[in-house]
Design a protein around this ligand. Structure first.
Ligand SMILES: O=C(O)c1ccccc1NCC(=O)[C@H](O)[C@H](O)COP(=O)(O)O
Length: 204
């Protein structure tokens, strides 16, 4: 089976047009403080430009549940990604309020982070960096993922130059890439194309 790809941090309608051509499996909208943060209005415009076959993942960091529910009701997103310190009580509460799938991101410092169970549909393992919730552009020690017992998204510092090695080593369900497909902070068609080519060659 081919590894799935999420291209995260879309900021422009032009980014959606790139994805429509290159066909990753998911697009990510950042609703948390970040250089990639977008407003609901921008998200609705980008969603409208994206083909239906690419679900938009809304990325939140410790967001009040009411705000996520409002964004879900606007139909700007089809999947929710929790990228902060959300615990199982929070995730279960959110799960009662929405019907969308929930991805829980885990910042990996050590093996205990990988062993922890969450009440989410799937986990996403990302690089831990103090003071940054995500989008670090840095990899982490993939050996720690030997402890993973369920399919997961791999994130953190991935790009066309290390993607093949990452897939071979950790066999993720999906890869999630942001900084590695940007040039000067803007999504770069050629970098996304290179990633999609590598994914096309990868068989799990
Ligand atoms: O990308 C951000 O700026 C960001 C900010 C705050 C929380 C989450 C964020 N990104 C979430 C993602 O899913 C990224 O794709 C993931 O962290 C990997 O980013 P990168 O290392 O830049 O490829």
């Amino acid at each position: 089976m081919m590894v799935k790809v999420k291209i995260c941090g879309l900021k422009r309608v032009a980014d959606a047009e790139m994805l429509n051509e290159l066909r990753p499996d998911f697009a990510g909208f950042i609703f948390a403080p970040s250089k990639r943060q977008i407003s609901l209005e921008q998200a609705l415009q980008i969603r409208a430009a994206l083909i239906d076959a690419i679900p938009a993942v809304g990325v939140f960091v410790n967001e009040p549940i009411e705000n996520i529910v409002a964004i879900v009701e606007s139909r700007a997103i089809q999947i929710v990604q929790l990228h902060g310190d959300e615990d199982n009580t929070y995730i279960e509460e959110l799960g009662k309020r929405i019907t969308l799938p929930i991805i829980k991101a885990v910042a990996v410092k050590d093996a205990a982070d990988v062993k922890k169970e969450y009440a989410a549909d799937i986990l996403l393992y990302d690089t831990y960096q103090s003071g940054m919730a995500g989008g670090t552009g840095k990899t982490f020690n993939w050996d720690l993922l030997k402890e993973a017992t369920h399919p997961f998204f791999l994130a953190g510092g991935l790009h066309a130059g290390n993607l093949e090695a990452a897939i071979q080593k950790v066999q993720p369900y999906a890869v999630d890439i942001s900084s590695g497909v940007e040039t000067d902070g803007v999504k770069d068609f050629e970098k996304i194309r290179a990633v999609m080519e590598i994914i096309g060659r990868s068989i799990k």
